[in-house]
Design a protein around this ligand. Structure first.
Ligand code: B12
Length: 480
């Protein structure tokens, strides 16, 4: 079999879509986060094939289309590029640059943007193939084809991989149901000591994903292509063990719904308690899944922080966005988590479909009442593939399909022409977001409490960095 050389690229945020509403994962923002999707693909290639694979995380060193040539060796047979809608311009421009410098290499794209716009992505002149959905198995199939084995790979899926050279057929994402079959991501393929968390306490941290997809269908999130699948407790414990062996003792779990199965959570917690790895970790939960018995187990297992999506202070808005929770559940969940000794991070959104100014004000009041340790306030970006975007287009709240236009013709620093602005205009939304940040974080009682929590110079520096980031948001300066 021909031995192939593969480069997997996580593009830079440079020139990314100007949503103007978020702090990005830069060192000065929330800390760099490892690209887990590429890591999983690279580990799978390594464990199942003789091919060589390298990951280039452009976000770490500001590698972009202007300087990526320094990282492109003419030995690469395959260059895989991850595409999120926010950095679609860099992904597409990188593809073009690769094709220009390495015309014989196969350029393949994957990631959430590709699953939203498969046809438009494949139409890009520099793109040879796309992978839709979970990338590991379709990538093995692609490598089989390129290594000269035809597309007959035993056990490899026939869908999810589409070549530009083939006649067009319908695009079906590949979903890997038995996640335990996939190897645990080999974090040594990335520079481990570059990944951090602004709200963590350790110097280095990593992230983990123990399930894919989500059983819920909130209007602002595109997940419907991805049914919910969980890894077993045993597989999750193996990953924790590997992380500890690498000397990392802080983990952020990025599952949309980590605690969907209490049974699995309790098994993970029991295992972690027995292993006694001393890892501090955080996870995202739904307010309706917070349970005192599970909280106790989580505490004993080293979980220190729980992130809760509250989104709105209005039950009518929560109903309209399909979140399937209510304000009272949010109150109870935060109280229970705080009483059990967890740090709590809450998320809130402004500009949700149908939300009035009075309802948005209720959200700010709720955030103050819940008084969590951290709160993240965002303005709803109607991303492609979401019900929020489709609904706004259908109702004429958004007047043109700007994401489709951007998917076809990616431009640098694309400015979203409209968010959901029928009830409140953009200026009002921005001022609500700023008001929320100011009222939440710049309360003397909050600042004092946070200062008293600081145990080290390192922690103090991180808190200072966070305060600076927030002040920058208020001054209209966005960290890229
Ligand atoms: C972790 C995470 C983050 C981390 C970043 C981690 C990182 N550096 O990768 C943080 C918190 C920083 C983050 C931020 C944002 N995020 Co985010 N994030 C996620 C989350 C929860 C998990 C991603 C993950 O690791 N999944 C696990 C891995 C295994 O899956 P994967 O990444 O999808 O990769 C698989 C496939 O997509 C595919 N694949 C991916 N890349 C490639 C490349 C090739 C070549 C191939 C073949 C295949 C392939 O194969 C992989 C393995 O199966 C997803 C939601 C979700 N559940 O997926 C949202 C998600 C990716 N985020 C999203 C968004 C919008 C954002 C923000 C832009 C939000 C905002 N407005 O601020 C920000 C800013 C991003 C930025 N520029 O920093 C959207 C993207 C939508 C889109 N159309 O692009 C998602 C899908 C959430 C959602 N449902 O709407 N995010």
């Amino acid at each position: 079999m021909k031995k192939l050389r593969i480069l997997l690229v996580q593009p830079s945020y440079k020139d990314c879509v100007q949503t103007l509403f978020s702090i990005y994962n830069t060192e000065e923002g929330i800390g760099f986060k490892p690209p887990l999707g590429l890591l999983s693909i690279a580990t799978t290639i390594r464990s199942r094939t003789p091919h060589d694979v390298v990951i280039l995380d452009c976000q770490l060193d500001d590698v972009h289309v202007g300087n990526i040539h320094e990282h492109l060796s003419d030995e690469y047979d395959v260059v895989g590029i991850s595409a999120w809608t926010d950095f679609w311009y860099q992904a597409a421009a990188t593809a073009a640059r690769v094709k220009e410098l390495l015309p014989r290499s196969c350029v393949v794209l994957g990631g959430p943007h590709i699953s939203c716009y498969p046809a438009e992505s494949l139409d890009h002149p520099a793109v040879d193939a796309i992978i839709m959905g979970d990338g590991e198995m379709p990538m093995l199939r692609l490598l089989e084809v390129l290594a000269g084995h035809g597309a007959s790979g035993a056990g490899l899926p026939a869908h999810g991989l589409y070549f530009d050279s083939e006649p067009r057929r319908s695009f079906v994402p590949y979903i890997h149901k038995s996640l335990d079959e996939l190897p645990i991501p080999d974090r040594t393929l990335l520079p481990l000591n570059r990944y951090t968390s602004v709200i963590g306490v350790e110097k280095f941290s990593t992230t983990m994903v123990t399930s894919r997809g989500c059983p819920f269908a909130c209007v602002y999130c595109k997940m419907e292509h991805q049914p919910f699948n969980m890894r077993s407790a045993g597989s999750v414990l193996d990953e924790f063990r590997q992380i500890k062996a690498l000397g990392i003792s802080e983990v952020e779990i990025y599952d949309d719904t980590f605690n969907f199965s209490h049974e699995r959570t309790l098994a993970i917690c029991k295992g972690l308690q027995e292993l006694d790895l001393g890892i501090k970790w955080a996870m995202r939960d739904r307010v309706d899944r917070v349970d005192p018995h599970v909280l106790q187990a989580l505490k004993k297992a080293g979980c220190v922080r729980i992130h809760l999506g509250i989104e709105s202070g209005s039950d009518a808005v929560l109903k309209a966005i399909g979140k399937k929770i209510n304000v009272e559940q949010a109150r109870k969940a935060v109280a229970k988590a705080k009483a059990a000794g967890f740090e709590v991070l809450t998320y809130y959104m402004f500009g949700l479909p149908g939300e009035s100014l009075a309802e948005a004000q209720k959200t700010i009041e709720l955030s103050l009442e819940l008084d969590s340790d951290y709160a993240e306030f965002s303005i709803t970006i109607p991303y492609p593939g979401t019900k929020a975007y489709a609904g706004a287009l259908e109702q004429g709240v958004i007047s043109s399909d700007y994401w489709l236009a951007f998917a076809k013709t990616p431009t640098p620093q694309f400015v979203i022409p409209q968010v959901i602005e029928n009830m409140m205009d953009r200026k009002t939304l921005l001022s609500l977001r700023d008001q929320a940040i100011r009222r939440f974080y710049f309360r003397p009682s909050y600042m004092l409490r946070e200062l008293l929590k600081v145990k080290s110079w390192h922690e103090f520096k991180k808190k200072f960095q966070m305060a600076l980031g927030l002040a920058n948001v208020l001054r209209g300066i966005f960290i890229r």
